[in-house]
Design a protein around this ligand. Sequence first.
Ligand code: GLY
Ligand code: MN
Ligand code: MN
Length: 432
Amino acid sequence: MTTQFTHRRQELATAIKAGIAVIPTATEAIRNKDAHFPYRFDSYFHYLTGFDEPESVVVVIGGEPSRSILFCRAKSEERETWDGFRHGPEAARSQFHFDDAFAIDEIDTILPQLIENKNTIFTSIGFEPNWDKKITSWLNKTRSRAREGIAAPASLVDVREILDEMRLIKDAEELDIMRQAAKISAEAHIRAMTATTPGKYEYEVEAELLYHFKKNGSQFPAYTSIVAGGRNACVLHYIENNAVLNDGDLLLIDAGCELDGYASDITRTFPVNGKFSGPQKAIYELVLDAQRAAIEATSRGNSWQAPHDAATKVLAQGFIDLKLCHGSLDKVLEKREYLKYYMHRTGHWLGRDVHDVGNYKSDGQWRNLEPGMVLTIEPGCYIRSAPDIPEQFWNIGIRIEDDAIVKHDSGCEIITSGVPKTIKDIELLMSA
Ligand code: GLY
Ligand code: MN
Ligand code: MN
């Protein structure tokens, strides 16, 4: 087990000073009788531990020296026969470098002792009702010992304030995993593109993506894939993926795999029959220009808002040129008339969660981009049918999305560039 997890726990210990942090992993969720949803650990918990079993809690005690403790499932020959391998507390200590580890069954006895005489508990507040109840019961248990001279923590602080900032800047290990996740997703998009023909169903193309993800070691898709032919692409969160693909339509695919707890997030839009029509080309080139402008603006020291402003400006001018909006660029921007066709933001943080944690503003201002931040760059254009819109553009929905790492010197590294996005390259790939 590599040491980045112990480094992160140490960083948290320093941040919480004389407090104690208590962070549970995710609970298993029932899908329907006797069947569970695939288990996925909690992102914060895994960031600090690298431990992927359910029913686990990590405790980090600040001060000098700091300590980190894991509660996890006890070894059990019987349970391991039914449900599979468990590390158990002993391996948690030796392999995961915890100062101490206990069986999760002991937590109600041990936790109230660990929080004795600490000033603050750092945990996720209001995230999970059952967890809030547990914290309260441990606090009350400690409070009940006041006559013995034992003090219970007087304050509860949301630990996510600290962890979100830590998670926002990715370290070298994280970036390596994210590059690998992006590579697998890029290959999957190529596979989906080459498998697409008129008459296939959206779910058949989705199957190509999922096959490639799994075949290459991804544990899950990072989110439900969007495979949206024709007008379905104008529904931003379309996930039915059950329509037939028509000759002459575009296909928008927004899909990315999760690898070892890290997401990737790619969108490509291409013609079902391999050739863009004139109106499709016009909108596609516009969105691609907007993406180029946003990528150009993605550099350390620039505001988080800069890529969005750059993309929006290009799109707004394009909408005017194509007679989708009317009047001056200033007016279309000021009255936000572009929202009719471009109603979402140009990106989001990317990391363990596809919409990753981290504030976008600091002291009321958009924060600046810093090296090690990872974000998506995903302008789009979605044109529904309406009498006031030129008919040639009806039902065209296009988004182009890549994942970018803010570099140390300047500019950004696009980690999803393995999948083609110029008209020429897409048509070449699809004709092969
Ligand atoms: N796939 C989710 C998003 O692009 O934000
Ligand atoms: Mn996406
Ligand atoms: Mn995205």
